[in-house]
Design a protein around this ligand. Sequence first.
Ligand SMILES: NC(=O)c1ccc[n+]([C@@H]2O[C@H](COP(=O)([O-])OP(=O)(O)OC[C@H]3O[C@@H](n4cnc5c(N)ncnc54)[C@H](O)[C@@H]3O)[C@@H](O)[C@H]2O)c1
Length: 258
Amino acid sequence: MNSLLELEGKAALVAGGGQGMGRAAAILLARAGCRVAVLDVVVERAETVAAELAQLGAESHAIAADVTESQGARDAVSGAVKAFGRLDRLVNIVGMASWGALLELDEATWDADHRLNLKQHFLVGRAAAAQMIEQGEGGSIAMVASVSGLFGAPRHGAYGAAKAGLMALTKTMAEEWYPHGIRVNSVAPGSVRTPRIMAQQASGEAPSESDPDAARWVEMDDIAGALLFLSSGLAKSVTGQTLVVDSGKTALFPFSMS
Ligand SMILES: NC(=O)c1ccc[n+]([C@@H]2O[C@H](COP(=O)([O-])OP(=O)(O)OC[C@H]3O[C@@H](n4cnc5c(N)ncnc54)[C@H](O)[C@@H]3O)[C@@H](O)[C@H]2O)c1
């Protein structure tokens, strides 16, 4: 199976790998034979997951950095290169929604949402691509967008706009770096049962399990599987795309037929 994925021995960096779907992606990449650098702004999270991967028999490394800072983005890539001598795969799941109607949203929250969900992808993606171009053997970048970027996103408009921007950025990166053999794709999840979302549900910040607007929940491993596919040789002709993983929620006809 692993030979089908063509990931054996590849050096991967998972930004936001310290918990949730980032951790799930790091585990799948390690099981597919990658050497995995786990990056997180919370150092204990990165170290815990790196230790978990080592227990699975994978070569792993923990990196602490804030990727919303340009120095942090550079440190992320140089940390992986220091550990493994090269970088072949980037999976970047860092992102989070703030909640609030546009009329009440302050500018600082808007800016923070865009730094976390859009700008950092430009910073980390660019640093990773420069390294891959220097190596001259291509590579792959897979990022996490959201279905909130496909439609209007009431109460999380800044996030939706940033994720829409990320899907556009995915296409531009793919086009600009295609000549270098670097593929760039995104995954747009629907509602995913992650530790953060479950905690937000408990506090009433995020929609509850039974909320029809957030129905058809998907699991973290489903997103990790999509990221693995996009990072693998099975997707060697797939670039500039966003793969929606939402149990079909956005495939529904949006208007009432009755
Ligand atoms: N959970 C959902 O329902 C859902 C739905 C659609 C899209 N998404 C997207 O999926 C992605 C992951 O979501 P999640 O719920 O697994 O997230 P999470 O908050 O559980 O995990 C994100 C990880 O990234 C780390 N991180 C945060 N800021 C960072 C920074 N500046 N630098 C480095 N690391 C940082 C966090 O410490 C955390 O470990 C996000 O991009 C989110 O927008 C989530």
